[in-house]
Design a protein around this ligand. Structure first.
Ligand code: ADP
Length: 578
């Protein structure tokens, strides 16, 4: 045996018994001990340093491998575990229990006690394990279909009509829908398994178009239109204030009115004034018994639901109908709160037009029958007053205008000289600052000075001069007619003229720093600007719009040419572009 072998054997023996090396099994520790046992400067130390480095590296690599192996093990465990099914919670029949639907089948399942009770909302999605126990809630699934509510049933359930040919659907409410007030036509999201109504979607359109502010307009704010005002007051106020007399004569009360006439002449204004003043009148009068002896709900104010016909038109099937229904629902709700609601439908011909008229809007008109049935459901003016406004009454479906529905038609025409002066006076209040020289000319009388101003403006608008020519029209009879500013003036134009003039006076005051009153020139310049720049003349290609401007029956007008650019343009047939 060589010396070396003998010494190795000694070493091993030492390890097994009393030697300090016996406890160390970590290779690094052993190397450290070896190093320590060699005398300083021994050449073998170098080798041992190298060994120590190699062992360190190999240990680190080993640790890394172990870590990765562990990770892979976890992934494999995850991937091979069975998936949790997702279901919908239908009911919580008792503590720790749940009625659930999973993949179309219903289960009466246990609930993991770690799932919080407050998270167990009816309609939410839940995770179930292999034993179909509910182990987690996932919240509402907001990807389900949206249906329109057909009826909120008295027991809380909701009925939905499905598409043609499919049965209607009755669903329970989700926990969050319990107690929420829902009405026919509301959009409701249901859960993807079609078992629970989940949530009500915010109303998107109907409310946007309705201005429900109580009207503040009074009759005094309307210039001219005496006949129209008298007509509407008589037609609305009498039946409301003298209901008994109407009852005795078995007079069928109108439920609404059609105000017709060119744009900007006060139809909306009259509707608003009627709503404001009437609500006041009725609230002051004693509540009268209905024919059945019931007392009518007292009126405590007015409400004005204003919609524009074209805004109701909607390409979605049934959406326009829903909006009309919604409008009536809103009106009835306002009535219940004590207000006397007025439904004002502007540009009514666009939704209540004859078949022929509606064709141009490219929709099948189911709105007319629907509107009529809503109207028939209204008992009298005491419930809801309906006012239609239109520039083209000839296009409104006669079914809407039948007795018992909208059977009063009131013309709101263009102002003549006197009416135009009245309108100007409405906008030129008694305390309007006037030019001092102007007042001096009238002997210091402010009122007289204002009257003189009004006369000047009227004169400038109604003068039949070349400068005032606007249009020439040719009628079916062959007759040609030139229309002047005075023939096409409206309340809106007059209001705008005064507004422009006031702006000029204000500008002057601000620029000069001196208080300046209204000058005749301010008003006359404004007249020219209004007719030149104002948008009273429609675009060249809008034949329908041009016809609305005229006081002639559209059928009678065959051609129009304008003097817009200072000279007469070539006459175009009305059925072509202008
Ligand atoms: P329409 O409904 O007939 O198109 P509006 O009633 O909306 O017209 O009138 C538009 C605006 O023109 C009103 O807000 C008002 O300022 C003014 N106006 C129109 N007619 C009159 C009138 N007869 N008296 C006072 N102002 C009027």
């Amino acid at each position: 045996m060589s010396d070396r072998r003998a010494s190795e054997q000694d070493e091993l023996r030492d390890q097994n018994d009393e030697s300090p090396l016996k406890t160390g099994t970590d290779p690094l520790e052993l190397i450290e001990q070896c190093l320590a046992s060699f005398p300083e400067g021994d050449a073998r130390q170098k080798l041992l340093y190298k060994l120590r480095h190699a062992v360190t590296l190999s240990q680190a690599a080993q640790q890394q491998r172990e870590l990765e192996f562990k990770k892979v093990g976890e992934v494999v465990a995850k991937l091979t575990a069975p998936a949790n099914r997702i279901g919908t919670l239908l009911d919580v029949p008792g503590e720790g229990l749940a009625r659930i639907v999973v993949g179309g089948a219903e289960y009466y399942a246990n609930v993991d006690p770690r799932v919080s009770e407050t998270d167990l909302k009816i309609g939410t999605q839940i995770l179930v394990n292999e034993a179909y126990a509910v182990i987690k809630t996932l919240g509402y699934d907001r990807n389900g279909p949206i249906l329109k509510l057909a009826e909120a049933m008295s027991d809380g359930r909701l009925r939905f009509e499905q598409e043609m040919g499919r049965q209607s659907l009755i669903l329970p409410r989700s926990t969050d829908l319990i107690g929420v007030e829902l009405k026919t036509g509301d959009e409701i999201r249901i859960d993807p398994s079609h078992r629970v109504a989940i949530e009500k979607l915010a109303d998107r359109k109907a409310h946007r178009h309705v201005l429900d502010a109580p009207p503040k307009v009074t009759w005094e704010q309307i210039g001219g239109q005496h006949e129209a005002i008298a007509g509407i007051r008589k037609a609305i106020e009498y039946p409301l204030l003298h209901a008994e007399t109407f009852e005795r004569f078995k007079f069928s009360q109108p439920k609404g009115f059609l105000l017709y006439g060119p744009p900007g002449c006060g139809k909306t204004l009259i509707g608003q004034a009627a709503a404001g003043s009437l609500a006041k009148l009725v609230s002051e009068s004693k509540p009268q018994p209905t024919p059945d002896g019931d007392m009518r709900l007292p009126v405590t104010g007015g409400a004005f639901l204003h919609v524009k016909g074209p805004e109701i038109l909607n390409m979605w099937l049934g959406e326009s109908e829903r909006m009309v229904r919604d409008l009536f629902d809103q009106a009835r709700a306002r009535r219940k709160e004590g207000a006397l609601p007025f439904i004002f439908i502007d540009e009514a011909e666009s939704i209540l037009g004859t078949r022929r008229a509606m064709r141009s809007f490219n929709i099948s008109n189911t709105l007319v029958p629907m509107f009529c049935s809503e109207m028939d459901g209204i008992e009298s003016l005491h419930e809801v007053v309906i006012i239609l406004a239109s520039n083209r009454p000839d296009l409104i479906d006669p079914a809407v205008l039948r007795p018992g529905r909208i059977d009063r038609k009131i013309k709101v025409g263009r102002p003549n000289r006197d009416a135009a002066a009245e309108i100007l006076r409405v906008y030129m209040a008694a305390d309007l600052p006037l030019d001092a020289a102007l007042v001096r000319e009238q002997g210091g009388d402010h009122t007289q000075a204002a009257a003189a101003l009004v006369q000047d403006v009227i004169e400038s608008i109604f003068r039949r001069t070349d400068e005032n020519r606007l249009l020439s029209i040719r009628l079916r009879s062959g007759q040609a007619k030139v229309l002047y500013r005075g023939d096409l003036v409206s309340g809106a134009i007059l209001a705008s003229i005064v507004q422009r003039a006031k702006e000029k006076a204000i500008d002057r005051t601000v620029q000069s720093g001196q208080p300046s009153g209204l000058l005749t020139k301010d008003l006359l310049d404004s007249v020219s600007e209004e007719f030149r720049e104002g948008d009273m003349l429609p675009p060249d290609d809008a034949a329908e719009e041009w016809l609305k401007l005229l006081d002639h029956h559209p059928e009678q007008v065959v051609g129009i040419s304008s003097f817009r650019r200072g000279r007469q343009s070539e006459e175009r047939l009305i059925n072509q572009v202008i």
